[in-house]
Ligand binder design. Structure first.
Ligand SMILES: [Zn+2]
Length: 502
């Protein structure tokens, strides 16, 4: 393959029609062009630019390239590395592709769904046109199949929790499942005091019973950080209202956003595992040991931070250690600890914050299959890095963390069904026109946003009407999210949703 290159660079003082040279070039080009030589030759001489390139190749390039068109200038720069034979042009050992065959070549280069780097490498060994690398980048980045199976997003920088001023002012809760048993794990943001109590089952009422028990000991916190299920249920929301505390939920399927509860769960899980191996140990013993052990960077135990006293255990301790005393500078030390954790975490995090706007086309990662599926951003949620997204295939509205979202440059729809709806909205009720850009004109042509339906159908709608519709729809979605349906299975809503009044 390098023969043509060598020939073009180190040519002998002979005419282009020299028989020996032509035979050598021919033997190379025949291999490159394979058995579709004719098609490429016909297209090459039908291509205005390439026709001129051949002409200049045969008759000589002009000395002043300024008079040449931009397209020809691109070939002028590489004129010494071009070879023409049988109406085919070669750049070094790469066949130059005419305009009308570029798409077909891009499809072939990407037929194995390799990434951008691999496709460029393949092209570098076979075909060429000016700007081919950019075209490959654009083509591959728009491939829906590759988008669906793209790797997960890099983690985002840590958003540290607000450090509360008081003990048991803010707690994080989560449910741990271990060997078929459920445990409610509750950790205090201030003292890191940890409770783990076995639940009768995973229902809202069972969770409320345990919370009531804990609150009777520690008092009612102001804020409870919780995963969505079942803490966002109607029963739990009513319970929170009654006791005057707020439930702040993390994004569905992105439990890391409730990192404190996640850590607490992993601590309790390791206790339970070790208790299984050591019959002398019990969960309660493990919890007591944890509660009286000083926290890193604080020199005080969770018990001292929460109760201002150390707890007596089976380990001998001087009586003065058990006397109540206030630990100083707790908040300052907690902030310092939090900053150290953040710095460590952020070292491997994505430096750039990912943002979306309503009506942005996106891919969202299916939490079960990890496949990226197309959607449209509807609304930014109040929770950090959280968005309401409409799945363009099923019209379901779901909430997703930016960890599971990325921009969709191709704006394509996916045939892959999405099977874990949170709220089922019939497609006919969700045909709200969405615009990528709203021109200044009052009357504008709007692409139909429901990609499941006729893609070519255009509608004439007034901008004000769109804004009104969007606002009404968002209000209704928000209401619906705040008022969850009454009957639910694990992943599917059974109750028929109210019709949207659009
Ligand atoms: Zn692909």
């Amino acid at each position: 393959m390098h023969i043509a290159d060598a020939l073009s660079r180190d040519y002998l003082p002979c005419e282009p029609n020299d028989e020996v040279l032509m035979n050598q070039v021919h033997s190379v080009s025949s291999v490159v062009a394979n058995n579709v030589e004719n098609e490429y030759a016909v297209s090459t001489i039908s291509d205005e630019t390439l026709k001129q390139v051949i002409n200049f190749y045969n008759t000589g390039w002009p000395k002043n390239p300024n008079l040449l068109s931009d397209n020809i200038k691109k070939y002028y720069k590489i004129r010494n590395e071009l070879t023409v034979e049988n109406n085919l042009i070669y750049y070094r050992d790469r066949l130059v592709i005419p305009d009308n065959l570029k798409t077909a070549i891009l499809i072939q280069l990407h037929s194995g769904h390799q990434g951008i780097v691999k496709c460029k490498a393949l092209a570098k060994n076979t075909v060429y046109w000016p700007g081919i690398n950019l075209d490959i980048e654009s083509f591959v980045s728009k491939c829906l199949v590759c988008a669906e199976f793209a790797p997960s997003q890099q983690k985002q920088k840590m958003i540290p929790l607000d450090i509360p001023d008081l003990p048991y002012e803010q707690v994080a809760v989560d449910i741990l499942e271990f060997k078929g048993q459920f445990y409610l794990v509750v950790i205090d943001s201030y003292s890191k005091w940890l409770d783990a109590i076995q639940l009768k089952n995973k229902t809202s009422q069972s969770v409320i019973d345990v919370l009531q028990f804990l609150f009777s000991i520690h008092g009612i916190p102001r804020v409870v950080l919780a995963d969505n299920n079942p803490f966002k249920s109607h029963v739990c929301t009513e319970f929170a209202k009654k006791l005057n505390f707020t439930i702040v939920s993390c994004s569905p399927h992105y439990h890391q956003s409730n990192g404190l509860a996640e850590r607490a769960v992993s601590i309790v899980k390791s206790f339970l595992k070790k208790c299984l191996r050591d019959p002398k140990a019990s969960l309660q013993t493990c919890l007591l040991q944890y509660r009286i052990t000083p926290l890193a960077g604080l020199d005080a135990s969770p018990a001292q931070l929460l109760m201002s006293r150390q707890l007596r255990s089976t380990i001998p301790v001087h009586v003065t250690k058990l006397k109540p005393s206030i630990i100083p500078n707790v908040k300052a030390n907690l902030i310092k600890r939090s900053q150290i954790s953040k710095d460590q975490y952020d070292k491997s995090a994505n430096r750039k914050e990912i943002e979306f706007s309503p009506s942005d086309y996106v891919f969202m990662q299916n939490p079960l299959t990890h496949i990226w599926e197309p959607g449209i951003i509807m609304e930014k949620c109040t929770e950090p890095r959280s968005y309401l997204v409409k799945h363009t295939g099923t019209s379901n509205i779901v909430r997703r963390n930016v960890k599971h979202l990325k921009h969709n440059k191709s704006q394509l729809k996916s045939p892959v069904p999405y099977c874990t709806p949170v709220f089922m909205l019939p497609a006919s009720e969700t045909n709200v026109p969405i615009l990528n850009e709203i021109p200044n004109d009052n009357d504008i042509e709007i692409p139909h946003n429901d990609l499941d339906q006729d893609l070519n159908q255009n509608v004439q709608i007034n901008v004000n009407e769109i804004d009104l519709n969007l606002q009404r729809w968002r209000d209704q979605i928000r209401n619906r999210l705040e008022r969850p349906p009454e009957v639910r299975t694990r992943t599917r809503v059974v109750k028929k949703p109210n019709r949207l009044n659009l």
